[in-house]
Design a protein around this ligand. Sequence first.
Ligand code: PLP
Length: 360
Amino acid sequence: MDSVKSSSSQLDGLIPYDPKYLPAKYIMSANENPLDVPLDVRLEIEQAIRDVAFNRYPDPLANELRDMIAEANGLSREWVLLGNGGDQLLFDTAMAWGGPGRTFLNLPPTFSVYAANARLTNTEVVDIERIQNRNWAIDEEAVLAALADQAKPIDFVIIGSPNNPTGELADARFVERVLESTDALVMVDEAYFEFSRSSVLPYLERHKNLVILRTFSKAYSLAGVRIGYILAHPAVITEYIKVRQPYSVDAVSQAIAKTVYRNRAAFEDRVDAIISERDRVTDALCDIPGIKAYPSDSNWILFAIDNASAAWEYLYSQGVLVRDFSASAGIEGTLRVSIGTKEQNDAFLQAIRDFAINNA
Ligand SMILES: *Cc1c(COP(=O)(O)O)cnc(C)c1O
């Protein structure tokens, strides 16, 4: 046969997620940790991998890792579920709480994966835009009104906190009001909570509808390994287990993640350094005429600049790869720079200053 039936209609016109990876001297585009896992931890990882039986299926639920994460959060293992990166758990959220006839409340501009997953699962999306001139604050009253609207019941909502790419935390008291006002599933995406040092974990035991998403990809330098997790009520975890691919977290990733988590104190100084560099880069950007930098609670900075796509090109010509949102809906004219090492940040600042001065 030299033809094939068309794929499912929800794929019509869908553009595959493209992280826009390009080779560059200074990679500052994907909010990764600029440093790899510390050398002594890597040596421990090599030892741990040596003991993995490659011929055996992994523990489907990664119970040892589950126990470690549970203990660190004052929970028991039934409250924790691992995934193949946080991304898998985002997809599983749409699989389990979305679907035909169901509705997802989205708060754009935000992580584009949320809406893409809704579309893949034929879930209707209700958008409540963030308020640009209040540093992308959530339109709290509009969100509460949407959740109270009986004509269109919401099945789940995802709140990025800090929100990627705009950078700000959700107000914890607002999250609590949301949890109290609805029985919709409320996922708080805390992929960057190590940098904001803030979590809605204290609300977990009182709110069965709260799911907290986290990842090893950012603070723990494991973007290449694919480990994320959720914290939620055991009854909610059970629903996720129904849709989850049973062996999605492989044995090698489990061994690596256990070693890193046991050594997580070794990452604290690095997180501190990123936070102080973030503040330094924000201040420096604010001093450049023609740039508006949005405040960030995370490890990146979103900024608006005239001729943003030309700015992206110039940065790239200088070896600096940042994320181009110049043509993205709701955040037109912006770029996002992930905080790197001091050297990387200086290279970025030098290049963006040159561009701004030459284009003034
Ligand atoms: C990076 C990220 C995640 C999780 O990424 P994984 O690498 O799949 O764990 C989740 N949400 C947001 C907003 C992110 O930026």
